[in-house]
Ligand binder design. Structure first.
Ligand code: SF4
Ligand code: SF4
Length: 441
């Protein structure tokens, strides 16, 4: 279990060689550039009621006021007031808003990256309708521009932008996918020139859960879907999104968009990965500069549609008392609440909902890239206890989710705490209970 000493922030972490002062200037300039009328309105609307604190698992777990969501953008609020607000000249003339210092930004690197999953629970609860998570995302962009994103996220984003895969040391993912097909005896459709559906895959599944990759291929084959993976646009996660590197986020999204266009896909199917859904479903068109010429669907939506259309039937899954973790990027930002429940119903599952489920779900604790940041681990474990307790309270024997990063976060907690539960992928459960013979479309 972590101690309060472990939760203290460290040095300003950066591989950037610029001086601390020039990085502070860079962060402030970046934020000033990001701020538009909507964000300015959001910053001005806060009535300091503190309700957002009670929504955030980082504050609830620690009761430390510095984890109040709106406080996480405070230096940027100060920069906005000093540089861009209607009263900026007055603030500057009277010295009412001091310049932000490098030491303050070191603290804020911890607040914006280590202690925010960008889960949006605070945005849902704010009585003024302030999208605090969106402000935090903008503040991350500014931190990135100043070279102040955590090195783990920077390195993965840089490598993914250059090569398409985030891990420098990993075996080429295309080769690994083919191996997974051989290992699980399922055909992996690759580089087909013209299909209805383009598939992509979480790096987390390739590296940790190959059975989930096989499940995706098996379900598509069973449904007779004309589909393919594409060597040059394979990976679902977007480390540009996590690190705050907007241009890299665009480049990483463009790889998938271009490949989907090249193979004439009508649907880009997002696998079990919440953050990929946000990056592709809600942000990619903006970065692309025009509407995407295909739909973006999460795999649970696709499977639920097939059930609804009578194209798929499932055998009963004898999972006993079962609970389900809604990945926050899917349910709160994406509204994908009913699809997994329709699938569980079709599997005859006795679902015992978590106390906080659907739109009010707590993040697993690893979202927003937090799972990859080494220095964030002690606080993450402390925060996760809320979620683990909720799962235990259901008395569930089986615990399902639909995001492989959530799955990895829970498995990591299992090891850390000696917890007695392992999350299972809902898609794998579907693949294990397909009814009837495969069809050909
Ligand atoms: S809940 Fe909204 S209005 Fe209240 S302190 Fe938080 S951001 Fe400000
Ligand atoms: S987005 Fe989630 S983790 Fe971040 S401040 Fe809001 S509630 Fe907390």
């Amino acid at each position: 279990m972590s101690t309060s000493a472990e939760l203290e922030t460290g040095e300003l972490e950066s591989s950037d060689t610029r001086s601390a002062e020039s990085r502070v200037e860079g962060a402030m300039r970046g934020f000033a550039r990001e701020i538009g009328a909507l964000s300015a309105f959001r910053l001005e609307s806060c009535i300091h009621c503190g309700i957002c604190a009670e929504s955030c698992h980082f504050y609830i777990a620690t009761e430390d006021p510095k984890y109040t969501p709106i406080w996480k953008v405070e230096p940027f609020k100060q920069a906005y007031k000093r540089e861009s607000s209607a009263f900026a000249p007055v603030f500057r003339l009277l010295g009412l808003k001091a310049k932000v210092t490098a030491d303050e930004l070191a603290e804020w690197q911890h607040l914006l990256f280590d202690s925010c999953n960008m889960c949006g629970r605070c945005s849902l609860i704010c009585p003024m309708g302030i999208d605090i998570a969106a402000l935090i995302e903008q503040a991350r962009h500014a931190m990135f521009e100043a070279g102040l994103a955590p090195k783990e996220l920077l390195e993965k984003a840089a490598h993914q932008q250059l090569t398409g895969q985030p891990e420098a040391s990993a075996e080429p993912y295309r080769d690994r996918l083919i191996e997974i097909g051989e290992e699980f005896q399922v055909e992996i459709p690759m580089d087909r020139p013209s299909v209805d559906v383009m598939l992509c895959v979480p790096r987390t599944d390739i590296e940790h859960y190959p059975e989930a990759v096989a499940a995706l291929a098996r379900v598509m084959h069973h449904l007779g879907v004309s589909c393919t993976f594409r060597s040059d646009g394979l990976i679902a996660e977007n480390y540009g999104y996590f690190s705050g590197g907007r241009a890299w986020q665009r480049d990483i999204s463009l790889r998938l968009i271009e490949q989907a266009i090249l193979c004439n896909a009508k649907v880009l199917l997002v696998p079990e990965c919440g953050a990929a859904y946000t990056a592709l479903r809600w942000e990619a068109a903006d970065l692309y500069g025009k509407p995407l010429p295909f739909q973006v669907r999460h795999v649970t939506e696709f499977v639920a549609d097939a059930l609804q259309a009578g194209e798929l039937t499932l055998q009963e899954a004898k999972t006993g008392v079962t609970t389900f973790h809604d990945p926050c990027q899917l349910v709160r930002k994406g509204g994908v609440k009913d699809a997994p429940r329709q699938i569980m119903k079709s599997l005859g599952i006795e679902l015992h909902e978590l106390r906080d489920h659907g739109g009010f779900t707590f993040c697993c604790g690893g979202g927003g890239g937090v799972l990859d940041i080494e220095s964030a681990a002690p606080l993450r474990y402390r925060t996760m206890e809320i979620k683990l307790r909720e799962i235990d309270d259901t008395g569930a024997e089986t615990f399902l989710t639909t995001c492989s990063d959530c799955r990895r976060t829970f498995n990591d907690a299992k090891e850390h705490f000696g917890w007695n539960k392992s999350p299972k992928s809902l898609l794998e459960l579907v693949a294990e209970h397909l009814d009837g013979t495969a069809r050909t479309r």
